[in-house]
Write a protein that binds this ligand. Structure first.
Ligand code: AMP
Length: 596
């Protein structure tokens, strides 16, 4: 059996962790950092670059680059109208359809892009551990719905990873935190504010038991929105002065985006920063440079409504979960955006406390929690009993278009909940079961997860048949629904799948494509290894001939030189078969010579 890893699949950055020498640690990538940008960029031959390489490629090829893909996982087009404005790539699909992302002529599902990121993380772990990775625990925002969780699992399957558990990010953070802090009973609020989402969780940690008391958040709010505010004020100012719209030039916009994010990060430690972008545009008189001074108070001013949204989320969590702030209560800050002083201030004010715990590394703690759970599930770590809750209200449509709640938000999982219904009309032989997710009182205003019909109900007066609807929610928060006619014991069952947009056939095809992409990658790596070996051999042979010229006969020398020349040509043409053949010849040539 292979190794199990933890993955924080973030909107902006991702982290992979594993148990090494008895401790769960983040794994360093080739750029030497623990966090890898969640970016995929396609080269002109269609091959993907991932992480830092993709981020570098993004500067010159923003139109071939996909970032923030997590915002589109398992989402319908109508649900991402705000998000699609924040990305340069095209988001396609009818309003009711799950989105696809267009790069050039090719369309990708968000699952495929996430799978490329997951593959890279898996590879990083395999390189560091020197072992095959088979299993994983992957984190998702607490607010992810069924479709978004399913989509994450599908991405993992495409990447060739088995998912042992999907875990909420704040739960993972508290797991890492509580695990380090020797299991004393305490209440914790985790404020996880990353690049694209805000997740708040109130939880109780008691002797290895992690119970989420309540979750709240905003899937449409993150550090990217703060970057956008800077982009807008700087681009507006530039337009006023130069009459040039930088937002219409993808390359200039990409440079401005990077600069805006840098400026935001600098403002977390300084009162003022300079944004300087030379040669950002040209006009009739030549190159135009951008110079802008941004003060922290101005930045906070233009982000006032975003900060207010954070404050209302915090207050709502306090209200929903019923947790006050007492002496045993701690607030943990997770995610890069919690480093903004204004965010810390608003969190402090909303929970009426100054006790913000910053002792955990906000970038790595979620990944470490995922790795801890991976170690628990593979039996390498004991005494942790994780108890999570649902983040969405689940129910069925009732007669008249209302909603009958079956599992309210914050129901502990895994769980099975049953409710008995009847027919609203006389002699009704079938009933539709519309499975809903959401808090709205009207069915139509909620999200339909699945719609099926229980048939062959024996004719009877309305109210007489007894139909039991059973919701089974597994530890990943994924739902399956059964409706049973209690008189005939006939039942209909649906696992809420395809909510993520992929039917079984699509899914299998993507898994196969993932496998062949990995095979292709392996073959390319092998050919690159062979190529660099061949280059080395050519150089060594050349120098060997040079240093031994006096001992080699001229015919022999000409033969060897010919072989070296042919090898160089094969390298130039990247012809693997020829390279291999010539290397064998060269080996024999060398052997002959040395033996002679
Ligand atoms: P995460 O998704 O947790 O990796 O968070 C990434 C977000 O945190 C991005 O929007 C970053 O720009 C932001 N971020 C990282 N460091 C800082 C900082 N020192 N101040 C403000 N924002 C930051």
């Amino acid at each position: 059996m292979g190794v199990s890893i933890g993955i924080d699949l973030g909107t902006t950055n991702s982290v992979v962790t594993a148990l090494m020498d008895g401790q769960v640690v983040p794994i360093r990538n080739s750029a030497g950092t623990h966090t890898m940008p969640s970016i995929v960029s396609f080269m002109s031959d269609g091959q993907p670059l991932v992480g830092h390489a993709a981020k570098n490629h993004q500067i010159t090829s923003p139109e071939s680059t996909i970032y923030s893909v997590k915002r589109f996982m398992g989402r319908r087009h109508a649900e991402v109208r705000t998000e699609e404005k924040l990305v340069p790539y095209e988001v396609v699909g009818k309003p009711s359809e799950l989105v696809k992302l267009r790069i050039g002529k090719k369309l990708y599902t968000p699952q495929e892009i996430s799978a490329i990121i997951l593959e890279e993380l898996k590879q990083m772990a395999e390189n560091a551990l020197g072992d095959i990775v088979t299993d994983s625990v992957i984190t998702v925002p607490a607010y992810f719905n069924d479709a978004q969780r399913q989509a994450t699992k599908e991405a993992a399957a495409i990447a060739g990873l088995n998912v042992r558990r999907i875990i909420n990010e704040p739960t993972a953070a508290a797991l890492a935190y509580g695990f380090e802090k020797c299991m004393m009973k305490r209440r914790v609020i985790v404020v996880d504010f990353g690049g694209g989402t805000l997740d708040l969780s109130a939880m109780e940690i008691d002797n290895g038991r992690f119970e989420v008391l309540g979750v709240h958040g905003n899937t449409h709010l993150g550090g990217d929105d703060f970057d956008q505010r800077i982009i807008d004020i700087v681009a507006d100012d530039f337009f006023r002065k130069e009459r040039i719209e930088l937002r219409d030039d993808p390359m200039a916009l990409q440079r401005l985006k990077d600069a805006a994010q840098r400026a935001k990060i600098e403002l977390s430690g300084m009162e003022q920063t300079e944004i300087s972008l030379p040669y950002i545009a040209v006009n009739g008189r030549g190159a135009v440079h951008l110079q802008y001074t941004l003060r922290r108070d101005v930045f906070e001013g233009v982000c006032a409504d975003l900060l207010e949204s954070i404050g209302s989320c915090c207050k709502e969590l306090r209200h929903n979960s019923g947790v006050g702030v007492g002496p045993n209560m701690e607030i943990i800050l997770v995610g890069g955006s919690t480093r903004m002083p204004a965010v810390r201030r608003i969190v402090s004010e909303s929970f009426a406390t100054k006790q913000l715990n910053k002792s955990v590394n906000p970038d790595e703690v979620v990944g470490v929690g995922a790795g801890t759970l991976a170690a628990v599930l593979s039996g390498q770590v004991r005494n942790v009993n994780l108890m999570d809750v649902t983040s969405q209200t689940l129910g069925v449509e009732s007669a008249g278009g209302g909603v009958s709640v079956i599992a309210p938000k914050n129901t502990p999982i895994p769980t099975t909940v049953r409710k008995v219904y009847s027919t609203p009309k006389d002699n009704q032989t079938s009933v539709p079961i519309n499975v809903l997710e959401g808090d709205a009182l009207v069915a139509k205003a909620n999200r339909t997860l699945g719609l099926f019909r229980l048939k062959n109900i024996p004719k009877a007066k309305r109210g007489v048949p007894k139909i039991e609807v059973c919701f089974a929610i597994d530890a990943d928060g994924i739902l399956s629904v059964t409706a049973t006619d209690m008189h005939t014991q006939k039942s209909q069952r649906v696992v809420i799948q395809g909510g993520s947009g992929l039917d079984e056939k699509d899914h299998e095809q993507l898994v196969r494509q993932g496998e062949s992409r990995r095979e292709g990658l392996k073959a390319r790596r092998r050919s690159m290894d062979l190529r660099s070996h061949a280059e080395g051999v050519a150089i060594n042979m050349q120098s060997w001939v040079m240093h031994n010229e006096e001992y080699i006969g001229s015919t022999r020398k000409a033969e060897i030189k010919d072989v070296i020349q042919r090898l160089r040509k094969a390298i130039e043409q990247n012809n693997v078969t020829k390279m291999r053949k010539i290397l064998l010849e060269l080996d024999a040539e060398m052997g002959d010579k040395l033996a002679g």
